[in-house]
Write a protein of this length. Sequence first.
Length: 157
Amino acid sequence: MTYDIMFLRVVPGRSFDETLKAINSAYDPDADIEPMKLTGEQRANWARLIQRISRKVGPVTTEDFPYSLTLWRDGPAGHLQLDYDGDTANIEIPYRYPGSEALPIMAEAYRIGRMVEEECGLEGYDHEVEQPVRTGDVHVAAARLGGIARWARETLT
């Protein structure tokens, strides 16, 4: 289980939630998953994003998979994973940062999230704390991550 921050290419005239609802309503669990088909522009966006994150945040590892492009960031703040398929992206942070340990990784996640929005034209939303990434309060998100991680450490181990 991870703390997830979602990014979508919001349909003009629709809200984030309306776009998400349309995507979810079109989902067929019995259908074969189609490999992603990135446009040249989407590939260029990803390349710029990787360069920008590497330059402004720190080293990353990337890999291309049939269904997404994936970036891993392992740094002093902690670990996060970013998956991108052209029209959506997702940042995942493991629940292993209790209390105040959550702030550095959450600050990094929001910083990277804002870069995803700028470079890829996607809109980010943190459903864990019901706030957009662009204007969201990283301290609120860190309190949520840190609280759940503390609870899991105290309760599940």
